[in-house]
Ligand binder design. Structure first.
Ligand code: GDP
Ligand code: IMO
Ligand code: MG
Length: 420
């Protein structure tokens, strides 16, 4: 293990949370590296069912959990989550926030919603959690960092500079302006509740990595929503690929030992943008209902479709996966035939790569058909327990993606996992 990055290989919601919960049984440290509470990472174990938005999915284990410098944190959301975790009898003693992480301020979700409305027919379908506006401020150097909560005068000075701009924008979009005093009093509450957890996490991370401890870098979302390499503009505002994780955690690239790509046995996406294998008819409906494909953060129905090997190859290249996990195999148990997209057709030509968005909107999937297994797989715990047709399907996936299969998940619970 020593340093393993866990990455969504598709459009998000691949089951990163459940795999990280499993892996972190052997980990010393789990770091959330990028993104914010747009994430919804579901974990089901002996403590109950959790949907983690900001807290690392290793919190149910003894590992140290860090919300890293590359993230954006909405403290109000974090408090809700902390309360949920504590109500289930778990300790938060090992949870640390890096002081360089940016704050999602109350104006960010407001702007996210208003800007989405202004995009009308071209809306991205964001989670409206203020992620884009918070990262935009970070890049434009208007951002406030969580460490600033510890320096009240400095925070007031920064906010006094930023707020007129934000209010100007809010008013232009038809919303009421926010008051400096109200924001400062909110920041005061945040500081009071969080000050002991806001630290420089880099020495902790450095000691862990240099000391050969087992560290998991928890990715948020998936490679096809990467700011650079995803389906721009239908992407998030951070980089959920391996380099983004290393950057956000403060880990040098050469320290990385493994990159684990997580993919569903089919494909889902929430939000707009190209999705070549999407199924509009009965099969898509069936996948959504059997797979309970509704967003863990927003509850929106997820778009569903067949496994897209070209998209996962794209993400395998970008991330250099050393191993693959296929989740939700059980959802395909009742399909008599299963399709696998092996290439695209664009302008009459066969292509094997993900082109840029405007062209990607036009590709048609080329499918290979495989027989289904029509057998319940939820009780399988070893490779040998899987029906031959399911083994063939998984073998075909690993062959097409070109990465060895390490895990197969056949249910949401911790033990519903096959280690290959
Ligand atoms: P994440 O964001 O990548 O952590 O994934 P989500 O938690 O958003 O979505 C995955 C959903 O599928 C959650 O509801 C999980 O409980 C569930 N899940 C994960 N793996 C499996 C599996 O192998 N089979 C089934 N039936 N459900 C799974
Ligand atoms: P996890 O970590 C699925 C999608 C949104 C939208 C786009 C941009 O649970 O896989 P944003 O709010 O980030 O500005 O929205 O990204 N999106 C997700 N889709 N799972 C997520 O997180 C997502 N986080 C954002 O639907 O298309
Ligand atoms: Mg999710």
């Amino acid at each position: 293990m020593p340093v393993t990055a866990v990455i969504g290989a598709q459009w998000g919601d691949e089951g990163k949370g459940r795999i990280i919960d499993y892996l972190s049984g052997q980990a010393d440290m789990v770091i959330r590296c990028q993104g914010g509470d747009n994430a919804g990472h579901t974990v089901v174990n002996e403590f109950g069912r959790f949907v983690f938005h900001l807290i690392p999915s290793g919190i149910c284990r003894p590992a140290t959990c860090i919300i890293g410098a590359g993230t954006v944190i909405n403290p109000d959301r974090l408090f809700e989550e902390m309360a949920d975790v504590e109500s289930k009898g778990l300790s938060l003693e090992r949870l640390w926030l890096d002081r360089r992480a940016h704050l999602v301020m109350p104006y960010h979700p407001m702007l996210d919603g208003l800007e989405e409305a202004a995009r009308a027919g071209s809306a991205i379908g964001t989670t409206k959690r203020g992620i884009g506006p918070a990262y935009a401020d970070k890049s434009a150097r208007w951002g406030l960092r969580i460490g600033d909560l510890l320096h009240r005068d400095y925070l007031r000075e920064r906010l006094s500079m930023v707020l007129p701009e934000k209010n100007h924008r809010l008013q232009a979009l038809g919303a009421a302006p926010l008051s400096l005093d109200n924001l400062m009093s909110k920041a005061g509450e945040w500081a009071e509740r969080l000050h002991e957890r806001i630290v420089d996490t880099l020495p902790m991370v450095r000691d862990a990595v240099a000391g050969g401890k087992r560290v998991i870098l928890e990715g948020q979302l998936g490679a096809l929503r990467d700011l650079d390499w995803g389906t721009y503009p239908f992407v998030t505002s951070s980089c959920p690929t391996v380099t983004g994780l290393l950057q956000g955690a403060g880990v040098p690239a050469r320290a990385l030992t493994d990159a684990l790509g997580i993919t569903k046995a089919y494909t889902t996406a929430v939000g707009a943008g190209p999705f070549p294998t999407e199924l509009d008819g009965d099969e898509g409906w069936q996948m959504r209902e059997i797979g309970r494909e509704y967003g863990a953060t927003t509850g929106r129905p997820r778009r569903c479709g067949w496994f897209d090997a070209v998209a996962v190859q794209h993400s395998a290249w970008l991330n250099g996966y050393t191993m693959l996990a296929v989740t939700k195999l059980d959802i395909l148990d009742t399909f008599p035939e299963i399709q696998l997209c092996t290439a695209y057709r664009l302008d009459g030509k066969v292509i094997h790569h993900v082109p840029d968005t405007t062209l990607y909107e036009q590709v048609e999937p080329i499918y290979e058909t495989m027989p289904g297994w029509l057998t319940n797989t939820v009780h399988a715990r070893r490779w040998e327990d899987l029906p031959a047709a399911a083994q063939n399907y998984l073998n075909r996936i690993q062959e097409l993606v070109g990465v060895p299969l390490r895990f197969v998940s056949v249910g949401p619970e911790r033990e519903q996992l096959i280690v290959v």
